[in-house]
Design a binder for this molecule. Structure first.
Ligand code: ZN
Ligand code: ZN
Length: 392
């Protein structure tokens, strides 16, 4: 078995990993790069047989639908099948910008959807998609078994999210010991602190509702589990408001995950309309907003002294060149940050490594892979370069 990290050995995002046996060749994720100054940047990948016809590829698997993992989907040549979660596909389809070409939309329709926890086969590789918690809903780890070896590819994940506690249990129950652990290491370059949990964020939102009648929340529209938790924090008598686009995404969450858990059912929401203005003013609300002219106008129509804007995204976006977010946050009398990372803390990375006791650990999705060697001195952490072949 051979593993090649085409991109992501020394950077966060833009990742792509190849795993091949004597007969079968698969790729996991094909993402765009994340530039600290500009955010997501179109970043073509060149993988023989995947992006051109110089070879073969039996399939591309996507861990989740963040652009740093799925952004190069359109460069997969026709004839190569690709796979993702059902909800991830539906949310991606809904959230593609209107200017997206027909080609990508048509290509997305061809995505094959796997079922959480149900193994499937590509060539001689058995793949088990394991549903995990991350800031994009419908994210997966992949357990790959072939040639008598086990490889776990974690994708982006965390343990402090709403379903995070299930991650170590899933590892115990479905994975066990592996030969190779390909693990994301986003937080390796950040401080080694205990992250705020999504439950704590929900409580913080409730506290803000006691102090402010009009609570606006700026959150990634596809961070659906957080938004669902926010909606459930709104007491009877107040409104949970969003626009038609956000409402549609929440409907998809209810449709596809409602059967798994009552938590995702009965999401009470109203779609903003000027006809509701008087009732909203009278009762108060939590409103999911985005930085555009429509929402700027809506926010200005409420008393700024009774309003707060909660910034529920990564602070780095505020520093990006030409960011309009700082002026957006000044629309209300005050704003506050209400956010936690979508990525496993250093302690949780160590915990997952201990649980899987791998022969080799390959860090990806990190700009500080060396840190994993000091964090886990007893483990065999292999630092690869992009494009280098690791033979097991
Ligand atoms: Zn990522
Ligand atoms: Zn992600």
């Amino acid at each position: 078995m051979q593993i090649i990290i085409h991109r992501g050995t020394h950077q966060i995002g833009g990742v792509s990993t190849e795993i091949r046996t004597a007969q079968t060749r698969i790729v996991i994720d094909m993402g765009d790069e994340l530039s600290p100054a500009q955010g997501i940047t179109p970043s073509p990948l060149s993988i023989p047989g995947v992006t051109d016809t110089k070879g073969f590829c039996d399939g591309v698997l996507f861990t989740h639908n963040h652009a740093d993992h799925v952004g190069q989907l359109q460069s997969i040549r026709s004839g190569v099948p690709f796979y993702m979660g059902r909800l991830a596909k539906e949310v991606l389809r809904e959230s593609l910008p209107r200017r997206t070409g027909v080609l990508l939309k048509t290509r997305l329709e061809q995505a094959r959807c796997f079922v959480p926890g149900r193994p499937f086969q590509i060539g001689d590789i058995a793949i088990t998609p394991l549903s995990v918690d991350h800031s994009a809903c419908d994210s997966y780890m992949f357990l790959l078994e072939a040639e008598g070896k086990k490889v776990l590819h974690t994708g982006d994940f965390r343990v402090h999210g709403l379903r995070g506690k299930a991650v170590p249990k899933i590892i115990d129950k479905r994975v066990g010991k592996v030969d190779v652990l390909i693990i994301e290491g986003t937080t390796l370059s950040r401080s080694d602190s205990i992250p705020v949990s999504e439950r704590q964020l929900q409580r913080q939102l409730k506290e803000q509702m006691l102090n402010y009648k009009y609570v606006f929340a700026l959150c990634a529209s596809t961070n659906l589990e957080r938004i669902c938790a926010f909606s459930k924090a709104v007491p009877r008598g107040k409104y949970f408001v969003c626009d038609a686009y956000q409402s549609k995404l929440l409907d998809l969450l209810q449709q596809y995950w409602g059967p798994y858990s009552p938590w995702y059912r009965n999401i009470k929401k109203v779609i903003y309309g000027s006809n509701l203005q008087a009732r909203l003013k009278e009762r108060g609300f939590v409103m999911m907003v985005r930085d555009n002219q429509k929402f700027r106008k809506i926010i200005r129509s409420f008393d700024p002294q009774q309003s707060i804007l909660l910034y529920c995204m990564w602070n780095g976006y505020l520093q990006q060149e030409r960011s309009t977010l700082p002026s957006f946050l000044r629309l209300t009398g005050q704003w506050a940050s209400l956010h936690t990372s979508g990525h496993a803390s250093q302690q949780d990375l160590r915990r997952i490594i201990e649980k899987t006791s791998p022969r080799f650990v390959l860090p990806i999705h990190t700009d500080f892979p060396q840190r994993l060697q000091t964090l886990c001195p007893r483990e065999h952490v292999v630092l690869l370069s992009d494009g280098e072949t690791f033979t097991l």
